[in-house]
Ligand binder design. Structure first.
Ligand code: BG6
Length: 487
């Protein structure tokens, strides 16, 4: 039976993700009294240092992340008193063995949560070491960072190596998008309101667009990114997760099994994009030098320091072959060095079946729902209204947005980092917002077909200037079907 964790072990505790996100998220849970009573935290990494040096490192990471006026010193002190450190190189079995001895001493009577924030090739060996040390029992949960593999085969290999030690219910695969408030709100919007469900299907919805646009470039991660590209880095995980939440059937409960079963069905209903369809249904791009917000930025190859065929932009026209979505295109688009940061889901409804205003010189535009997740959370329902005024010749109509600014509506609430939610759930043993193995593998199956199609066709990414919405062929992707991207 799942219990709150009494020990949390962080592998990669001195890494960039830990410093920027993970340690500050633990602080935030401490500040809000959400950390399980008696939880002890054990950081581990290759760097040799003692407990006090690591505590200083944690304090520094928290101070960097939290504006000084907002820092609660008591909460930081309380967090630091939980923290211990044990240096261990993950390629050194003796060091891992000594780490497991330490874990045994510290684990207490509750569960242990282990977060592997390391390169995924280490997941198997670390799990084996945990098993050899006798700590990988039913009281342990293991949280894995993306990417789980580079393709289906490598993802299966990683999952298998973890499955040798842990049951699936003990494995918590992170997609940090699922920890975002806006993403969870998508479920609240769809399943907490009776208004949308009757319209949420191909009878009323004409097309769906999911955009994750970033203004950043390689951010010093060229080594990793150039091996991945936008398809593996963003589409395989974040975009497909957004797609599943948008398209899934209502689950019977908000619990890990019910929610993830429905998400999986969507992934398995994605129509394969193969053969000629790869050319007509997908576009890959790579940015060249350009400007964003009036600031000149270098091209991908210049940033990387060499020529490359890796895509920094992908657009896809996808279809979900089931009753609900038959015939509705899902346009997916993500890229780096786009004109602005925007994560949004746009559902365009069909036109009214008959316009009574045609004779009066006005044409209603179709309704649309825009769910903006980043940079601000906002929901806008575009409705047709009469333009106020007197007009002899008939009536004028204009589209006006019914706007829900979630920041204003919940201005008393703190803005949360995804990992706060994910840690809270993983410490308590709730896997709803984590990705199950079959989801990851279904997503890779679909993505691999497209990647394979690109390779078979020798398809190179098309150039697009930084600060634009991708190559011109990306504009043509919906336009060939009488649609256009929302901008
Ligand atoms: C990560 C990708 O998973 O998500 C990055 O590896 C990307 O390339 C990041 O920049 C985007 O996350 P967010 O939360 O800033 O939208």
């Amino acid at each position: 039976m799942t219990q709150d964790a009494t020990l949390f072990v962080l592998f990669g505790a001195t890494g960039d993700l830990a410093q920027r996100m993970l340690l500050p998220s633990l602080y935030a849970l401490e500040r809000d009294a959400l950390i399980p009573n008696g939880l002890r935290i054990l950081g581990t990494a290759r760097t040799v240092m003692d407990r006090d040096a690591f505590r200083a490192n944690v304090a520094e990471a928290v101070r960097k992340a939290i504006p000084s006026g907002e820092l609660n010193e008591d909460a930081l002190t309380a967090l630091l008193t939980r923290v211990e450190y044990h240096a261990a190189s993950i390629d050194d079995p003796a060091a891992l063995a000594s780490l497991t001895v330490r874990m045994c001493e510290m684990r207490g009577s509750g569960d242990t949560l282990v977060h592997l924030s390391t390169a995924p090739r280490w997941y198997g060996p670390i799990c084996e070491a945990l098993a050899a040390g006798g700590v990988a029992d039913s009281r342990m949960r293991v949280m894995l960072e993306k990417p789980i593999g580079h393709d289906l085969a490598s993802s299966i290999a990683i999952n298998e190596s973890v499955a040798k030690v842990f049951r699936e219910a003990q494995v918590f695969r992170v997609d940090h998008y699922l920890g975002k408030e806006g993403v969870q709100n998508l479920l609240a919007l769809r399943f907490g309101n009776a208004l949308f469900e009757p319209l949420w299907n191909s009878r009323f919805i004409e097309q769906v667009q999911i955009t994750v646009a970033e203004t950043v470039g390689l951010e010093g991660r060229g080594g990793y990114y150039d091996e991945s590209g936008a398809m593996r880095d963003m589409v395989q995980n974040h975009l497909l997760q957004l797609l599943t939440l948008t398209a899934m059937e209502p689950p019977s409960h908000f619990d890990p099994g019910a929610v993830r079963n429905e998400k999986l069905k969507v992934l398995r209903s994605l129509r394969p994009i193969e053969g000629e369809d790869v050319a007509t249904h997908t576009v890959a791009g790579q940015y060249t030098a350009g400007a964003i917000d009036g600031r000149a930025v270098p091209g991908y190859a210049e940033e990387l320091g060499k020529k490359s065929r890796t895509e920094s932009f992908v657009a896809i026209r996808a279809h979900i072959d089931n009753w609900r979505w038959s015939g509705v295109p899902f346009y997916l688009r993500t890229g780096k060095r786009m004109p602005r940061r925007a994560t949004e889901i746009y559902l365009k409804l069909r036109a009214v079946p008959h316009s009574i205003f045609s004779g009066a010189g006005a044409e209603p535009e179709p309704n649309a729902l825009l769910i903006r997740l980043q940079p601000e959370e906002r929901i806008s329902l575009m409705l047709m209204n009469k333009t106020p005024g007197l007009d002899r010749s008939g009536v004028k109509l204009s589209q006006v947005a019914l706007d829900l600014d979630l920041h204003d509506a919940f201005s008393h609430e703190r803005k949360r980092v995804s990992y706060e939610r994910l840690y809270l759930d993983a410490l308590g043993g709730n896997g709803t917002l984590f990705v199950r193995r079959d989801e990851i593998e279904a997503a890779w199956t679909w993505v691999d077909q497209i990647l394979g199609g690109w390779t078979a066709r020798g398809q190179e990414p098309r150039p697009y200037p930084a600060g634009t919405w991708g190559p011109t062929s990306a504009l043509a992707l919906p336009e060939r079907h009488g649609h256009s991207w929302r901008e």
